[in-house]
Write a protein that binds this ligand. Sequence first.
Ligand code: SF4
Length: 335
Amino acid sequence: MYKIGIPRGMLFYDYYPLWAEFFKELGAEVIVSPKTNKDILNSGVLNCVDESCLPVKVFHGHADYLKDKVDYIFIPKMISIRKLEYCCPKILGLPDMVRFSIADLPPIIDTTINLRKINYTSSKYKKAVYEAGKYITQNKSKIRNAYKKAWESYERYLYLLSKGVIPIEAVKMYNKTFVDLNYNSKNHDMSIMVVGHPYNIYDEYLNMNLISKLINNRIKVMTPEMVSKDEIIYYSNQLPKRMFWTYGRRIVGSAFSLIEKDEVEGIIYLSSFGCGIDSILIDLIERKAKSKGVPFTLLTLDEQTGEAGIDTRIEAFIDMMKWRNKDDCDISTFR
Ligand code: SF4
């Protein structure tokens, strides 16, 4: 039985159910790297070029962890995942960066996904699916059926996200028959949107358990993945210029939607050191929040692992929001 390694980083929280179920249905064993930890972070920093952003470095650490344990590592080349949009250049260059940075890797399954001009039903996309499946079997109908079943799991996963389940939980729940859809919204005093790229928001080691800390403080947490595609498109179209990065569009559209509809009382933007795209997105969202009087704060993640700094910032932000609600807007909403 082939062993396929899936690194727990970058687009893992967007596509894990689809990728994992596909390879499992083909008869392979799927091995996922563990949650990010100090060793993975250190090995990512050592193995990746210095100029890269933090999530890409961490991804290298996950790939390095898997290299002696699997027959193949699955790192698709994600050029575009929506019509007329692109992924960040560092995402589309990921398989090549990993291949040339880490020694003694097993072969990488680096199927190209480019949906800039096509959609998921196009023959070109199906060809990409066959290309990935061929590493396990040459039987086309088996690959087709495996993909169909994997897509069903993926749709179930997307359904959970649309019901407010955070991806960290949804990856554990998507193949269970019963799930508690209300665990994140019970007994909350306030709601805060944690906005940013999924690999920052859902990597509990990098962000030092930000989401759990908020939930434990009786905060309902909203993230971009909980906002519908239609809303994201509608609100991101408010920008004078079209946003052609898919994640940029998701981040801006979801934040604009929740701010405009008055569904969040505060925004925490979680950025990572070295991200060029975030410098634009942060400014757009901060301006929108300011125009609507919604408190906004920015947390930038880097390779430091001291927790006190982030804890102090979160506590100060929550306290400010509580006092502000109590004292009827006497307190500044920014920083
Ligand atoms: S969007 Fe930013 S954080 Fe994500 S891969 Fe690109 S540079 Fe890195």
